[in-house]
Design a protein around this ligand. Structure first.
Ligand code: NAD
Ligand code: DEZ
Length: 375
């Protein structure tokens, strides 16, 4: 078997070479020539996989090591008899931890307690659900908007997006990008909705750039200086609007999901699907792949208040480490992708074991996603 993998897919060579010959290629522009000899194609979100890319190739299986699938024309794949698999939820924890890192930073800067704020979550799937659970563990109120789940009769209490805009102090987007259909999310946050945000609201987009109308966002931010904005994703990428970047409070290069765990889960999920496709199942234990984190044990003395949580969270991941480099190089062609390719290793909170004063704090830390025990 010949397998093409995106060069930004950790552990891909190691795993896929168990079933064939692996070639790593830059994902943004995979030359058609190299596909002429590939049986399997493993991509990330930057490769547009469609009829044109696959026409005349022997590719029988496409895997994407990502949660989002808007870069894949699944209908065209089905028509060509190509099996497709994605990696749902692989990096959901990473995105949640990105959101917390950003919120704790803004809360410290602007002097507010997260428990005094209401968070509106738009899209309550793998990311949104985990975000809600961790906010709940912290005692933060959240409001949920997810029309597909509401229509399916899921038992959460869902509201429409305009109610969230009305009531939420923080609005955070975790939907897929749908360009059409009953649940279309393209420019879901349009100019009228942006203008309707509450005074001093915080807007976060860590799903797909075009879910928020970026041109409208720039116009609104030029007039409304009370708003705070956190953008991990842009419309378009990689050539984002430098004027918009300058108006944001936190800006990153589509790396919210980039923990080592998140990327490794993505690779293993598509590898396992590929092995199933070959009829030779090969389950992989994630722990056997991951190295020990640089910081793995810490003692917390005293209560787990917001400043203590912020210090713990930022010990594992402080979003400023990704904000500053983007601001420096965003205007230079190619640099957005270079930042993503050379991404400094980042781990999830669970990689940090916290020893604390008592079982009550330990269980709160575990509910938030850390490893923890009372001393
Ligand atoms: N920035 C990053 O690095 C990063 C990482 C992971 C995922 N993502 C993006 O975030 C999206 C969400 O990730 P996920 O893992 O939670 O996906 P998911 O599929 O598990 O959840 C998406 C949720 O959005 C809901 N939804 C669909 N249409 C909606 C609409 N019109 N309004 C409100 N809700 C709607 C769905 O019903 C679902 O519950 C992905 O599709 C991907 O595009 C980005
Ligand atoms: O959809 C996803 O999983 C994320 O957006 C993913 O982390 C994007 O990273 P990329 O595939 O572009 O490396």
């Amino acid at each position: 078997m010949k397998i093409l993998v995106d060069e930004n897919m950790p552990y891909a060579r190691e795993l896929f070479s168990r079933s064939g010959v692996v070639t790593a290629v830059p994902g943004r522009s995979i030359p058609h020539d190299v596909l002429k000899h590939a049986d399997g194609l493993m991509v990330r979100s930057v490769t547009k996989v469609n009829q044109t890319l696959l026409a005349g190739t022997p590719v029988k299986f496409v895997g994407t090591a990502t949660a989002g699938t808007d870069h894949i024309d699944q209908q065209a794949l089905a028509q060509q008899g190509v099996i497709f698999s994605s990696a749902p939820g692989c990096n959901a924890v990473a995105v949640v931890e990105y959101v917390f890192s950003a919120l704790l930073l803004l809360a410290e800067r602007d002097g507010f307690a997260l428990t005094d704020r209401t968070v509106g979550i738009v899209g309550v799937g793998n990311v949104g659900m985990r975000l809600q659970q961790r906010l709940q563990a912290l005692g933060v109120r959240s409001l949920l908007c997810d029309p597909p789940r509401a229509d399916r009769g899921d038992r959460e209490s869902f509201q429409d997006i305009d109610s969230l805009i009305n009531d939420a102090d923080i609005l955070t987007f975790h939907t897929p990008l749908y360009k059409e259909g009953p649940y279309c999310t393209w420019h879901l946050m349009d100019e009228a909705r942006l203008r309707a945000l509450k005074p001093d609201a915080i807007l976060i987009n860590a799903c797909r750039g075009p879910v928020v109308d970026n041109a409208a966002l720039l116009r609104v931010l030029q007039q409304r200086h009370d708003l705070s904005v956190v953008l991990d994703v842009w419309e378009p990428e990689p050539d984002l609007s430098i004027a918009l970047l300058a108006q944001t409070d936190i800006a990153t290069a589509h790396i919210a999901g980039y923990t080592l765990e998140g990327k490794a889960r993505g690779t293993t999920q598509v590898y396992e699907a590929w092995c199933e496709f070959l009829g030779k199942p090969d389950p992989v234990a994630l722990d056997s792949l991951l190295p020990v984190a640089d910081f793995s044990n810490i003692e917390l003395h005293g209560p787990l208040d917001q400043p203590a949580l912020k210090r713990l969270v930022h010990l594992v991941y402080d979003v400023r480490r990704d904000d500053a480099p983007l601001r420096k190089v965003a205007a230079v062609p190619g640099e957005f992708d270079r930042l993503r390719k050379n991404y400094l290793e980042r781990r999830e909170w669970s990689s940090l074991h916290v020893t604390c004063d008592n079982e009550h704090i330990a269980s709160q830390l575990r509910a938030l996603g850390f490893s923890a025990a009372a001393r």
